[in-house]
Structure formats: structure tokens, C-alpha cells
Write a protein that binds this ligand. Structure first.
Ligand code: SF4
Length: 353
């Protein structure tokens, strides 16, 4: 009976190690060999088994028969004048996903995707406009970090935010083991406090993240301080109304951040600031104001810079901590889903002319 090869990159490090130990026992090889391979998955990644030259050649052949290490294909790499880089990867079935690498002093934050497309159709979001394609597998989420570490010279993450394409809590089955890979010393070894999962407020996911023993961070995309407006901007609010999301955030025993995209004339008035501050106080949240990426807002206008500062002051006056996120990568379409939309758009243009 032939069994299909095991994808080591879909497994949390402890499970990968267990699978390798079984194989090496069958090969009649010492167990330290399993740890040698384990290190080449994430810690010091190898592009394939052939590159693991610390192993005897005959053993590498056996590993190829037993295991696979699927790669993501880098289709586009764009670099911004501010150092931000955006990567478009093509997956085995032709789907495209994006990853953004944002340098800031000695930090390098990767914004990773968890789904191809997204089903939640937020009114201002380019990814939402393209609809849901499918969930990503573990090796496709963690693989974004691995692929950048495999570049020459490597681009290595110190911080991770799940703010790329998709809603991570709708793909918790793959996101949870990915968190283990990112954080584990047998994985990328990134501190849990440096890994943020961002959600529109999918309650089961918030609870599941809170149950993890590590100090992973939670960010909630609020974007509107009351149900009436939020429902218009974010259809998911019907299923998870604001009061329930705030209650789940209050029950989450670590610091929570509110993400709030500033939409000119829509959610940026004084009354919105007061309401938002009261929601934030209810769960001791820190508020992050996000300037809308020009051209990324699907018919929405960015709030003027001065007005964003005014809005921040109103919130601060209510006793809530607030920051304005710096816009990065403005010249390389670094808004969520934008590069993929542009590529698909170009392809459509080509096929219709
Ligand atoms: S903002 Fe996030 S949850 Fe909403 S449509 Fe875009 S990717 Fe999906």
C-alpha cells in the first residue's frame, strides 16, 4: 500500500518532529536526525530536502519519498520608497495572496493573509470586493513568513499581524497551528506579544484565542461605534453585534486594540469619537486610527489629516489611549487586497481587449 507523502509544513513543530521520529526509526537512523530536519523547516529554513546538505544524500532521497515541503511562488515583489515591501504569492491551485513587510527601526512587521479573498464584504475593503475563494492551509500562512526568510538576502519578521487578506477567525483551524509555528522556539521563535490576530469580531475566534496560554494580541476592527453605521459598513455586524463583541473583548484578559479606519464624512464626526471612546473604555481598549489608503476605499474618501488629529484629540479627551497609524507603502498599493485586485483587473483588461 502506498501512502501519500506528509506535508511537514502543515504541522505544528511537535507534530512534525513526531512524524520525523517515526520515519527515522524506520530508516534505522538516530533521532538527532529528526531535529536536524526540524530546524530546516522554520528556524533555518531550507528550500527543499536537497538543500539539507548536513544529511547524507541517500537519506535525503528517502525523505523526498516520505515528506513534502510545498513552496509558494513569488509572482510580484514591489518596494516602496519608505522601505515597505509587498509580495504577491501564487498558490498551487492558482490562487493569489499578499504579504506586506513593513520595516520600522529594528522591527520588521509582516502583515500576513489567512484566506484567499474574504466572505465578509466590508464596504471599504478591496479584498471583500473580490469575494471568498478559500481558506489557506497552515503551510500557506506560515509559508508566507518562510518564503521571505528564504529570499537572498532573507527578510525576517520580528512581528506578525494577521491583517492581510481574509478574516483569520473564520480559518481558526489553520490559524491556531500557525500561531504555534510562529511562536515556538522550533518555529520562527517570535514572541507571542509580537503576534497580533485581527478580527472583525468573530466571537468563537476571540474566545479560542483567549484560551491559548500564550500572550497573543487581539485587535478588533471596529470601524463604526454603533450598530446602525457598523451594519452598513460591515455586514458581519448582524451576526456579531457590537455589544457582544465589546463584551468578548472585555472578557479577553489581555490588552485589546481597536482598529478604526477613518472614512471622510462617514465615521469621523465628534459624536462618533465620543461613542467610540465609550466602547473602548468598556473593554480597556487602545484605539488605532487608520488613515484610508487613497484609492483603496471603493468609493470612500479619506478623512483629512487635520481632522484625524482632531478625532484623536476628542478620544484622548475622553481618557482613552489613541494612536494614528502611519500610512506605509502609499506608492505600491499596500492596502489590504489591493495588489491582487490590480493584477486580476489587469488580467481582465487583457482578456477583454
Ligand atoms: S476588512 Fe477584513 S474582514 Fe472585512 S472584507 Fe476586508 S478582509 Fe474581509
Amino acid at each position: 500500500m502506498t501512502t501519500s507523502p506528509v506535508n511537514l509544513l502543515d504541522l505544528a513543530p511537535a507534530d512534525a518532529r513526531a512524524a520525523l521520529l517515526v520515519a527515522f526509526a524506520e530508516f534505522g537512523q538516530p533521532s538527532y536526525r529528526a531535529d536536524q530536519v526540524l530546524r530546516r523547516l522554520w528556524v533555518n529554513p531550507a528550500p527543499d530536502f536537497d538543500a539539507m546538505t548536513e544529511l547524507p544524500a541517500a537519506l535525503r532521497v528517502k525523505l523526498v519519498e516520505r515528506f513534502i515541503l510545498p513552496r509558494l511562488t513569488l509572482a510580484i515583489r514591489q518596494s516602496s520608497t519608505d522601505g515597505t515591501e509587498k509580495f504577491l504569492f501564487t498558490l498551487a491551485d492558482g490562487q493569489s495572496i499578499e504579504t506586506v513587510a513593513i520595516p520600522d527601526g529594528d522591527r520588521m512587521t509582516f502583515c500576513v493573509s489567512s484566506q484567499a479573498g474574504c466572505a465578509l464584504a466590508c464596504a471599504f475593503c478591496a479584498t471583500g470586493a473580490m469575494g471568498f475563494q478559500r481558506n489557506l492551509a497552515v503551510h500557506e500562512i506560515a509559508g508566507q513568513v518562510r518564503e521571505l526568510a528564504l529570499l537572498d538576502p532573507p527578510v525576517k519578521a520580528t512581528n506578525i499581524v494577521f491583517m492581510g487578506m481574509g478574516e483569520p477567525m473564520m480559518n481558526w483551524k489553520a490559524v491556531s497551528p500557525t500561531l504555534t509555528i510562529l511562536n515556538s522556539s522550533d518555529g520562527f521563535g517570535i514572541g507571542a506579544r509580537h503576534i497580533t490576530v485581527s478580527t472583525v469580531g468573530v466571537l468563537p475566534g476571540i474566545i479560542a484565542l483567549g484560551e491559548r496560554p500564550e500572550q497573543f494580541r487581539l485587535a478588533i476592527s471596529i470601524h463604526a461605534p454603533n450598530d446602525t453605521l457598523r451594519q452598513q459598513l460591515m455586514p458581519v455586524n448582524t451576526k456579531y453585534p457590537l455589544a457582544e463583541v465589546i463584551a468578548a473583548a472585555a472578557a479577553f484578559d489581555r490588552r485589546v486594540t481597536f482598529e478604526y479606519v477613518m472614512l471622510g464624512g462617514v465615521n469621523d464626526r465628534r459624536a462618533h469619537a465620543t461613542e467610540l471612546a465609550s466602547r473602548a473604555r468598556a473593554c480597556k481598549a487602545f484605539v488605532n486610527l487608520i488613515p484610508l489608503h487613497p484609492g483603496g476605499g471603493l468609493g470612500f474618501d479619506p478623512t483629512a489629516r487635520d481632522s484625524i488629529h482632531q478625532f484623536a484629540n476628542w478620544i484622548r479627551d475622553e481618557g482613552v489611549e489613541v494612536a494614528i497609524r502611519r500610512s506605509r507603502g502609499l506608492d505600491i498599493s499596500a492596502a489590504c487586497g489591493q495588489l491582487r485586485v490590480e493584477k486580476i483587473g489587469r488580467r481582465r483588461e487583457l482578456t477583454t481587449t
